[in-house]
Design a protein around this ligand. Structure first.
Ligand code: HT7
Ligand code: ZN
Length: 870
């Protein structure tokens, strides 16, 4: 397959000044008429992208030229002598048979599009690249009884009835945009309406379209949208720029949502919610994704990417913005920890595996494979570095200059960096190294205390794994010191160090690490001071520092930074699991260290700490993250050690868990607010520990039976399944019967079973593949069953006989023929084969090879499978 390289970028030889699209919708033969006003920009033939299109006619300034066109499976080439011309192309497509969900497709009898990254070429022949910006007018014609609403980007300028029961609508988008932001939706939907008045006094119509049965589930989405619009005005000074903003929720969608100009299309998972059906995590996800897509209106749409290698320009920046939005809506400390946990569990392994790539990839076969945790989440961490270095005011100055310079343009990550640097009069060239180097940097820190001079030297060394010509990165390191009682120490850098130590308060500093090795010296430091490092997780690195357990306990209890407190406790818990793993492997006894219980007890008793932070601090590190610490992952022993620690904490703190549980029980009606969310989080953590102990089975059942809200129901049911509660089968059945008509809840029902780790996990999953509600054509269902089983059910997926691998491989091959994007994503767990024992390695490699050898393998799957085996 063809490989695209960043180094080969060339501007387009033609521009498209405006485009008029006409769609005559029909499930098996939609006719698309595309009239483009084009202009030559450089020498060369006209080459348009196009895939799976039936070409009907090509008129060049009114003259038929179809015979002169050279057509291949990727596009059309035509020699054009003119400088300026109109090209009118008519094609036909079959949305009903489009199971890849890219281009124009059908979902629940409605029409819907997904064009990013390169889906527009499946709708019509076009210059399908983000740096070709054009003004779009779209006319949609369809049967009226089956398509009450006809939607496209921009403002509605005309509509009316036609013969034969058809009607039409014409939409005009005044803003120039690349075709990946094009959208069309049609069908018998229903809408919820509201308005938002912008800071400059314009009234914007807000409309959310859903299938009629879901109309009661839109309130939270609408509130989230209004909050997002207000927040972007207040924090970034950015106002909405059309008269209408529409959101459509569909059940079949490859990703979370899409920021098409004025017409966002969403996976219904990120729109629909009511307390009985959606958890706190769902509510938070909806608010965050609605925010994310809305924020793209400026960071992505008004200023877009020059080419797809710049994807992190819009995604890293917009993720950073949605993270800050959630932090401002809920709790910044909790949000930061959630994001770090996600990064470590998902992005760090990606960066250490065969698909590792810099946030600005240098090449790709299939662009869809590069919508990754690295481009999004690590990209957001890199944007956060600018924010940490420049502060909120400096960062906002940079953003303002970025929009002043580039509104209406397609630009690069270098342009973003230049705006940040120029607005603040600083040199940020070294930030480039974060964009072009892959892998998670290691940060080794050591301390040296001189009791005579009372000077403490903090020595830092940065490196990248497997890199011969590593270039040091600019790393801000959040820093503080605690004395042996845990009191903060006033920071006094020496004269030589002061230039690289930015004091943010008396007791908190940012150390600016720019070299591979660098030291920072502090004066008047008391003996036994404990460094608090990487506060706020100030850089996306793996920190190595030789803390004693006592020091970790002190940091967990006393540091002023919540991230460091959480991290210290997690490290203590991780060390405990690791010690147990070692003990199990060598068949020796191991007792839980007393300091672990002591800190856990004191944290649980600390009423002044936000209960959500207490819950996060006392949650065990995820199995995947524990596995990450090993060269060779011993799945069964890690699972055993993890369960052991859970049982130990349950037993030793039983009374406290019960107290906390009862303290947090709240019969008030469900509300999505900070206080209630935190209470539920802690209560359900307590329940998960109590659920280990048979004497509390009735408590778990009671919570399930109360059916108070989905957060509590799901927490109870998960605990029941995990510990084989005698009533779990019955509960699962009643759950299904109650919710069988609600797709999003039934996804949860599949997930619950797919994630339960026990000896019959594989059989359970295999049986669910045959369930009448399972379907390979619905991405949410596939993710709920196969995605969850292969990523989270370590015991089932990595069964010693290889049956877990075989089952997944067979499903991936079937799926590849239907939806290559989703099939490629399911390969993730296979790509880490090097981390397992030799027998498993061989079986995982065999599965990958079998998938790769399938006749007709897609380029999505080919790219990931072949790179994993290389
Ligand atoms: N920008 C959007 C990306 C997206 C996408 C990419 C490939 C295939 C399907 C897709 N659906 C949405 C989503 C976002 O980051 O906001
Ligand atoms: Zn995005």
């Amino acid at each position: 397959p063809h490989v695209n390289y960043l180094k080969d970028y060339q501007p387009s030889a033609f521009s498209i000044e405006s485009v008029y699209l006409e769609f005559e919708l029909s499930p098996l033969a939609t006719r698309v008429t595309n009239s483009m006003q084009m202009q030559r920009q450089a020498k060369g033939d006209l080459r348009l992208d196009g895939e799976n299109l039936k070409l009907i006619s090509v008129l060049l300034d009114g003259e038929e030229v179809i015979e002169q066109c050279q057509i291949d499976e990727a596009g059309l080439t035509l020699a054009v002598a003119k400088e300026k011309f109109t090209l009118r192309i008519v094609t036909e497509i079959e949305p009903q048979n489009n199971t890849a969900l890219e281009g124009l497709y059908r979902t629940s009898d409605n029409y819907c599009t997904q064009c990013e990254a390169e889906g527009f070429r499946k709708i019509t022949y076009y210059l399908d690249r983000p740096d070709v910006l054009s003004v779009f007018t779209t006319k949609v014609i369809a049967d009226k009884s089956e398509n009450r609403f006809l939607l496209a980007n921009g403002n509605l300028v005309d509509s009316g009835d036609l013969d034969n029961g058809k009607h039409f609508a014409v939409w005009q988008d005044p803003h120039k945009k690349p075709c990946y932001l094009f959208a069309l939706v049609a069908g018998n939907l229903e809408k919820v309406e509201d308005t938002f008045t912008t800071a400059d006094g314009r009234e914007v119509k807000l409309e959310i379209f859903v299938e009629p049965r879901n109309i009661e589930k839109c309130e939270h989405a609408m509130e989230s949208l209004k909050k997002s619009m207000k927040w972007d005005e207040e924090r970034f000074g950015l106002l909405y720029d059309l008269d209408i903003f529409m959101i459509v929720a569909v059940d079949d969608f490859n990703m979370g949502a899409m920021e098409n100009k004025g017409l966002n299309v969403f996976n219904s998972k990120f729109v629909l919610a009511k307390p009985e059906t959606a958890t706190d995590i769902d509510y938070e996800g909806i608010e965050a994704v609605i925010g994310h897509e809305y924020f793209h209106n400026w960071t992505g749409n008004r200023v877009t990417c020059r080419d797809w290698f710049q994807l992190t320009l819009k995604e890293g920046l917009t993720v950073f913005r949605d993270q800050e939005f959630t932090a401002d809506m809920l709790s910044s400390a909790v949000k930061r920890i959630e994001d770090v946990r996600r990064l470590r569990s998902n992005q760090f392994p990606e960066d250490a595996g065969p698909m590792s790539h810099p946030i600005q990839p240098q090449s790709y076969i299939e662009m869809n494979n590069f919508y990754t945790m690295t481009v999004y989440e690590k990209g957001a961490e890199v944007v956060r570095l600018y924010h940490t270095l420049l502060g909120e005011t400096g960062f906002q100055k940079g953003m303002q200059l970025y929009f002043e310079r580039h509104d209406g343009q397609a630009v690069t990550v270098q342009d973003f960096r230049n705006a940040m640097a120029d607005a603040n009069g600083v040199n940020l060239e070294q930030m480039h190294n974060w964009y072009v180097q892959s892998g998670t940097p290691n940060l080794e820190v050591t301390r040296n205390y001189d009791a005579v001079t009372q000077k403490l030297t903090i020595s830092c060394q940065q490196s990248l794994p497997n890199s011969d010509d590593f270039q040091p990165m600019l790393m801000p390191i959040g820093f503080g010191l605690l004395d042996k009682e845990g009191e903060p120490v006033t920071l006094e850098p020496t004269f030589e160090s002061a230039a690289n130590v930015e004091l943010r308060s008396d007791t908190h500093a940012v150390l600016k690490l720019t070299q591979a090795q660098q030291s920072f010296v502090f004066e008047d430091v008391p003996a036994d001071a404990v460094p608090s490092l990487l506060r706020g997780f100030s850089a996306p690195v793996k920190l190595h520092f030789d803390y004693s357990n006592q020091e970790l306990a002190l940091l967990a209890a006393k540091d002023e930074d919540s991230f460091v407190r959480w991290e210290a406790m997690q490290t203590l818990l991780l060390r405990t699991v690791q010690a147990k793993v070692a003990a199990l492997q060598s068949c020796i006894d191991y007792q839980l260290p007393s300091e672990v219980i002591e800190v856990a007890r004191s944290l649980l008793a600390a009423k002044e700490i936000d209960p959500a932070l207490v819950a996060m601090t006392l949650s065990l590190p995820e199995l995947g993250y524990i596995g990450e610490q090993y060269e060779v992952v011993d799945v069964d022993t890690i699972y055993q050690a993890h369960s052991w620690l859970e049982a130990e904490l349950a037993n030793h703190m039983q009374g406290q868990w019960l107290d906390v549980y009862h303290r947090c029980v709240n019969d008030a009606p469900y509300q999505y607010d900070k206080a209630q969310i935190a209470e539920r989080m802690l209560k359900n953590l307590a329940l998960s520990y109590l659920g280990v102990l048979s004497e509390h089975q009735s408590l778990v059942l009671k919570q399930y039976q109360a059916q108070h809200n989905m957060t509590d129901v799901l927490a109870a049911l998960k605990t029941m399944l995990k510990h084989q509660h005698p009533r779990s089968v019955e509960a699962l059945q009643s759950f299904y019967e109650r919710w069988q008509d609600d797709n999003l809840v039934i996804d949860k029902w599949f997930t619950l079973q797919a994630q339960t780790q026990n000896d019959h996990a594989l059989q359970t999953t295999q049986a669910l593949l045959q369930h009448k509600d399972f379907s390979l054509t619905n991405p949410n269902r596939v993710r709920s069953l196969l995605g969850v089983f292969s990523r989270l059910n370590l015991v089932g997926f990595h069964r010693a006989d290889g049956a877990g691998y075989q089952m997944c491989a067979e499903q991936i091959m079937q799926l590849d023929a239907l939806n290559p994007q989703i099939a490629a994503r399911l390969l993730g767990p296979f790509t880490h084969w090097k981390r397992y024992d030799e027998k498993r390695q061989q079986m995982m490699r065999n599965a990958l090879q079998q998938i790769l050898d399938r006749k007709g393998v897609s380029k999505d799957v080919y790219e990931i499978a072949s790179k994993s085996l290389a």
